[in-house]
Design a protein around this ligand. Sequence first.
Ligand code: GDP
Ligand code: CO
Length: 423
Amino acid sequence: MRIESPREFERLGAVRIYGLQKVYELDAGPDSATQEEEDSVVRRVSSEAINSIERQMAIVVPVRNERLKLIEGVLVGIPHDCLVIVVSNSPREPVDKFYLEQEAIKNYCRFTRKQVVVVHQKDPGIAAAFAAAGYTEILDDKDLVRNGKAEGMIMGTILAKLMGRKYVGFVDSDNYFPGAVNEYVKEYAAGFHINQSDYSMVRISWHSKPKVVENSLYFAKWGRSSRHSNMFLNRLVGHHTGFETEIVKTGNAGEHALTVELAMGIDYATGYAVETFHYVHLLEKYGAILGEGDDASAPASDMHHKVKISQIESRNPHLHESKGDEHVEDMIAASLSTIYHSRLCPESLREEIEQDLQRRHYLKEGDQLAPMRVYKSLDRMDFNVFGDKASAVIKVSGQTHTTVAPGATASAPAAASTSSSSA
Ligand code: GDP
Ligand code: CO
């Protein structure tokens, strides 16, 4: 891959937010290609360098009731050496959609030998592992993992660690273009290669999103929701640096990846807020900023690690399953809520957020913006206990050798919570 070097960055404490990087070539050739002089404007990342990251990466694919053809297309796009972790929250009644997903994936793995772990979000074995490890906040009143994409992502993250991967990336399962999925993963790898740090994050900004407008295709760049999140995140950054900025372009990036070490150390918001909250929380935790009303005894920022956030502009158009536009307002409110309720948010910005939401009739005057549920970081749980319990229920499809305890076969197929192995 040939990729632009970031032209600028904002530094807050240990956090560096790099400016958006353009991709110039999706494939810039192997190491042995003709020697080129290193250029300070663009970086060449060889296919070997990308592959060596892919071999250490898990890609988590959250699924809820998607069409099998779409899920399969996403798997087609994920590079072979990545471990795929499908976390499904699809219904099991009246039709066992999860069973159909498992069958389709198992079949697909027979052809590709791809390593795929399939788990159901409501797997009682994994819920029990969370409980035993002391991470009960993710469980609902039936002692199963709560619904939601964020909860599925958290589950995928801890499984990536369990499977010994160093990086974890996310791609939605409703993407129409396998080529776009492939590109995202390559960009994650290129980002990690360029920003070698144990605390690194790569976020994708879609180049365009095709829409039909007056009977012809229009390639829109920014959705309403990301425009809002970016604008207010930039205000937050600008407030603390004292300089107006437009550095943040990926406030809503569903497509993102991070080192497992960083993923284990950060808190997670739920619902539509999860991606915006990454920025807010990274600044809270590593930005060395005192919020309004904080005294010197406020939780100290961790300054020992360099936290690097890369933003890469993908080239493929992004097209996912259309589920209607009605949740855009909720998305905006959820994203802004994470900024609004942060201890780093100055009063003036709070007022701006309120006014913005009132103008769009989302919030009535006098009403308060509801805070989002936040899960504390995964490193508070006893990981060894989790691993002991959870590895008994995890199996990998498509491998000749499974990494799993043999006694783990689920008894009844309808209750089988993990995919069966092809070994
Ligand atoms: P949008 O793209 O932001 O409009 O949201 P989607 O409805 O497409 O959801 C994003 C991704 O998360 C898709 O791949 C969904 O299948 C998946 N997803 C949605 N809800 C859940 C859930 O409760 N659990 C899991 N594991 N995945 C979910
Ligand atoms: Co979608």
